[in-house]
Ligand binder design. Structure first.
Ligand SMILES: NC(=O)c1ccc[n+]([C@@H]2O[C@H](COP(=O)([O-])OP(=O)(O)OC[C@H]3O[C@@H](n4cnc5c(N)ncnc54)[C@H](OP(=O)(O)O)[C@@H]3O)[C@@H](O)[C@H]2O)c1
Length: 240
């Protein structure tokens, strides 16, 4: 039987590429995001295999509605991926710049994680995937809110993984995808080890298939993670 997936933030970048790989793998995929024209474009490539829902993840009431519509349309949902994310520098700590990051990367994510986890518990199975970031490991003086939001996601997903591991009534998997730099509009400028989008997304897909607890994308970013974890703050801050 064909499997069903939902991707929050599938209008571009990793979420979009992952939707394409999942459809190739036989999934029916619900794609969401704010940009309706991008959803229409992707759906047109294979109308039978995509369901599209225009949705702003910061509107948590709308998330309840969209999620219920998808359950009604798909019956069961085997995989939920939260790829929506925003963030950028905020040198003067302007409140207005922090709000979208908190609302998308924290509030919007927690809303989806809760809905997905509880659905999986009811269904008896499911796989929840969050796209966090290597940014979650330490702070950053220029981009404090984005880094903090990803640390929140790392911790929240680990909590859900622990919860799922102890649950006997349902087979629930939780995966934290931890990208370094990936060639999308999110990663601007000349940065080191920036992975091509197709290579990075293939690794995301493999990590999902293997139901990994955590996967660094690309794999070499595990080394950076080790350095960031071990480095004293005064050393780490030279790079952050
Ligand atoms: N690229 C990197 O180097 C990198 C590194 C580490 C982590 N990440 C993480 O990877 C994830 C995907 O980013 P990407 O690199 O693929 O960049 P991207 O192409 O900018 O994709 C971001 C996605 O988030 C969606 N999104 C943003 N705000 C939203 C909102 N309010 N409601 C619903 N969807 C929203 C966008 O859709 P709409 O604009 O259409 O709503 C888009 O589909 C993000 O969580 C990002 O933090 C990326």
């Amino acid at each position: 039987m064909s499997k069903n997936a939902v991707i929050f933030g599938a209008t571009s970048g990793i979420g979009k590429e992952l939707a394409i790989l999942l459809v190739k793998d036989g999934y029916t995929v619900a794609i969401t995001g704010r940009r309706a024209e991008k959803l229409t474009e992707l759906k047109a490539t294979n109308p039978e295999k995509y369901i599209s829902k225009q949705h702003d993840a910061t509107d948590v009431k709308a998330t309840d509605v969209v999620f219920q519509e998808l359950i009604d349309e798909m019956g069961t949902i085997d995989l939920v991926v939260y790829s929506s994310g925003v963030g950028g520098p905020n040198f003067e700590l302007e409140w207005e710049k922090e709000v979208p990051t908190i609302e998308t990367n924290v509030v919007g994510a927690v809303k989806v994680f809760g809905l997905a986890y509880n659905l999986f518990r009811e269904q008896g199975h499911g796989h929840l995937v969050g796209i966090s970031s290597i940014a979650g490991i330490r702070g950053n003086r220029h981009v404090p809110c984005y880094f903090a939001s990803k640390a929140f996601m790392n911790s929240y997903l680990e909590s859900l993984w622990m919860k799922a591991s102890r649950t006997k009534k349902a087979k629930i998997y939780v995966t934290d995808i931890v990208p370094g730099f990936v060639e999308t509009k999110m990663a601007t400028g000349n940065t080191f080890w920036k992975a091509p989008l197709d290579k990075a997304t293939k690794q995301v897909f493999t990590a999902i298939k293997k139901k990994k607890k955590k996967a660094y994308i690309t794999k070499r970013w595990r080394l950076v993670a080790i350095f960031l974890r071990l480095a004293p703050a005064k050393v780490a801050m030279k790079y952050l």
